[in-house]
Design a protein around this ligand. Structure first.
Ligand SMILES: [Zn+2]
Length: 350
């Protein structure tokens, strides 16, 4: 799947001031292509970012002692590999989501650009029409990049003194039960899937697909992500009442009493996260025409990444994605086969 993207330059004819500023610094396709002219340049970028995370010493070939510098490795002809003078071959894509992919690296960068560029989300049919590949290929590569985006967002922690808005959202999913199925109504319905969203004001957005909205599922997420010095704003949902017991700095606004901004504190509201949640609902329902439970997390990852780094330009966003790859000589991302719902995580080589 090799394709070439060519657009006209941005004309910046946007009335919104913030959007105008953003569009000005947002890189065009031409500028991205100057940064990454071909697949070899992308491979070199991946190799250097990954080897800079190691101690820059060759681990040696077949039990023999080597300790030469990794930066002196030579690129092998017609192979996605680098080679030490001791004979050790290193594949820079090993342990990344693109390990077994036959899509050229240059195209992957172009697809990353399209995904970050798109305001509503890039769907697989769209990519199929642009590139001329099969639908399955397009869907697979989009999922792989989404996994990477999810890891990139997770790798950035919240600031210790920031304000975090938390809310849950219930997007509709495809269930496969058919038209005659009698669904339960309300929040416990099989037709919807809860997603918990953490939105840091002026910072990172993180979304997690969860099975139940109860204390057992929420408590580990809060423990992992939020510190006690953060201020947490939520709505009046009674599941958040455990936050006060665990000594979190928690304030709630009562949406049921039509209080959307707190009367005591004008700064206390959950409108930023509600805006992102509206986006999850409309994007999965209208753009992607409904998604399944299995792939909902990948869609949430894409939107969270685009929302988190919306002030960055495209080249920054792409280098952020490459930066979160694991160090060289370490096996990384594996999708757990029996449990596709589980978000992928970096695993040590075993
Ligand atoms: Zn060596």
């Amino acid at each position: 799947m090799a394709f070439k993207l060519e657009y006209l330059d941005n004309d910046n004819s946007n009335k919104n001031k913030a959007a105008k500023k953003r569009n000005k610094i947002f890189k065009t396709v031409k500028e991205i292509q100057l940064l990454y002219p071909d697949s070899e340049a992308v491979l070199e970028k991946i190799f250097t970012t990954r080897h800079l995370k190691t101690d820059n010493r060759c681990p040696g070939n077949r039990g023999r002692y080597c300790r030469k510098l990794v930066s002196e490795y030579k690129k092998m002809d017609n192979k996605l590999a680098y080679r030490c003078s001791c004979g050790l071959k290193v594949y820079p894509l090993k342990g990344t989501p693109f390990e077994h992919s036959r899509v050229p690296l240059k195209s992957i960068i172009d697809i990353m650009y399209l995904m970050f560029n798109s305001k509503h989300g890039l769907c697989a049919t769209e990519l199929q029409r642009i590139s001329g590949c099969k639908y399955e290929t397009a869907h697979k590569i989009l999922c792989k990049i989404s996994d990477l985006m999810g890891l990139c967002v997770l790798s950035v922690p919240f600031k210790s003194d920031s304000i975090i808005e938390v809310d849950e959202v219930y997007p509709k999913i495809h269930t496969g039960f058919g038209r005659g199925h009698k669904y339960k109504r309300g929040t416990g319905s099989e037709r919807t899937q809860p997603v918990l969203v953490f939105k840091e004001r002026g910072g990172i957005t993180k979304g997690f697909v969860i099975d139940n909205v109860n204390r057992e599922t929420l408590e580990p997420l809060f423990e992992k992500l939020v510190s006690k010095s953060n201020v947490i704003y939520t709505d009046q949902h009674k599941v958040y009442s455990f936050l006060k017991l665990l000594m979190y700095n928690h304030v709630s606004v009562n949406h049921e009493k039509r209080e959307f901004v707190s009367k005591e504190d004008k700064n206390c509201h959950t409108n930023t996260v509600e805006n992102f949640n509206r986006f999850i609902k409309t994007s999965t329902h209208r753009v992607h025409n409904g998604v399944t439970r299995e792939y909902l997390q990948t869609y949430v990852n894409r939107m969270a990444f685009n929302n988190s780094f919306k002030d960055c330009d495209a080249s920054e966003a792409i280098s952020k994605l490459i930066d979160c790859l694991p160090p060289l000589f370490q096996n990384g991302l594996r999708r757990v086969k029996n449990n596709p719902y589980q978000a992928p995580e970096w695993q040590d080589a075993a």
